[in-house]
Design a binder for this molecule. Structure first.
Ligand SMILES: Nc1ncnc2c1ncn2[C@@H]1O[C@H](COP(=O)(O)OP(=O)(O)O)[C@@H](O)[C@H]1O
Ligand SMILES: [Mg+2]
Length: 276
């Protein structure tokens, strides 16, 4: 089957000599369609990073299977294509950038793909444009803000024309402006390029605009659904999490009998509703 990432009965145990195995994921079944915007949340050690790194084969399951558009991440012959299909952006932008000039950093990722120089140029121009970095292409990455660096990390993945972009707490080292611009860029990419976004965050207001939220708890998928339903579920609090302020406001207004759209979970949605 193509057009989705599937986890089938995935279990991951970390084993180190001399200590008992640590179970990070427990029989996880999950299907993420191409084009979806998924937020992933959960307390520390709930298994988020393990799951994220499994999506492109950086970590292989101890038991079970991960299929990317039908390709098994355990199949070494598919490794290169799976890494191209599923781009990764990590927490610390400084650890991801290795070239001295912004556009070289973006071109670098394309150069392993045996593309013509004209095609590399075309993809670099496009990736810089959609990441909002076109004006900074000749700058040194060290001169960029944290948010710009993370968008550079996104651009460097985009030149490979992935189908899925997985981001593991990409905003945790950014200031408020940087966070806002990164999330906005991801939303645009999802909307205009139909790029799947799978974003881990511990800030609920960042995952609230997603179309689907997955809650991990003790290595299992504890909740999975539209943001408003997930935030309202009693299990959300049982997983140790607290809904974002706008979702709490909506619930309070509903409880007081006000006529309000019960799907409102973001500030933008609330403003639009109030101005209608
Ligand atoms: N390389 C590793 N070796 C041993 N245990 C690990 C390793 N990576 C993660 N773990 C353990 O697996 C569990 C899940 O960790 P992780 O996937 O990093 O969760 P999260 O990203 O939600 O904090 C934790 O108990 C963690 O200590
Ligand atoms: Mg983590």
């Amino acid at each position: 089957m193509d057009g989705r990432i599937e986890l089938i009965d995935v279990t991951k145990e970390y084993k180190h000599a001399g200590s008992p195995p640590v179970s990070a994921l427990n029989c996880v079944n999950l299907s993420i369609r191409q084009g979806e915007f998924v937020g992933m949340v959960g307390l520390n050690a709930s298994g988020k990073t393990t799951l994220a790194r499994m999506l492109n084969g950086l970590i292989l399951p101890s038991r079970g299977k991960v299929l990317v558009n039908g390709l098994d991440t355990a199949d070494l012959a598919q490794k290169k294509e799976i890494r191209r299909l599923v781009g990764m952006v990590f927490q610390n932008p400084d650890n991801q950038i290795i070239n001295p000039i912004v556009e070289e950093e973006v071109a670098f990722a394309a150069e392993n793909l045996n593309l013509s120089p004209a095609e590399v140029r075309r993809r670099v121009d496009w990736a810089l444009e959609v990441s909002g970095l076109a004006d900074l292409r000749h700058h040194a990455p060290q001169m960029l803000s944290g948010g710009q660096k993370q968008r550079l990390a996104v651009a460097a993945v985009l030149v490979m024309q992935p189908s899925y972009l997985v981001l593991d707490e990409p905003t945790s080292m950014l200031d408020e402006d940087g966070r806002y611009e990164l999330i906005k860029t991801l939303q645009d990419l999802n909307w205009h390029q139909r790029l799947s976004i799978i974003m881990i965050s511990h800030r609920m207001e960042e995952v609230a605009p997603a179309e689907r939220i997955i809650v991990l708890h003790q290595g299992t998928v504890y909740l999975d659904g539209p943001p408003a339903e997930v935030f309202r579920s009693p299990r959300f609090a049982l997983a140790g999490l607290k809904p974002p302020p706008i979702a709490r406001l909506t619930n309070n207004l509903l409880r007081q009998g006000h006529q309000i759209d019960d799907r409102i979970v973001t500030l933008e949605q609330m403003v639009e509703f109030l101005c209608r």
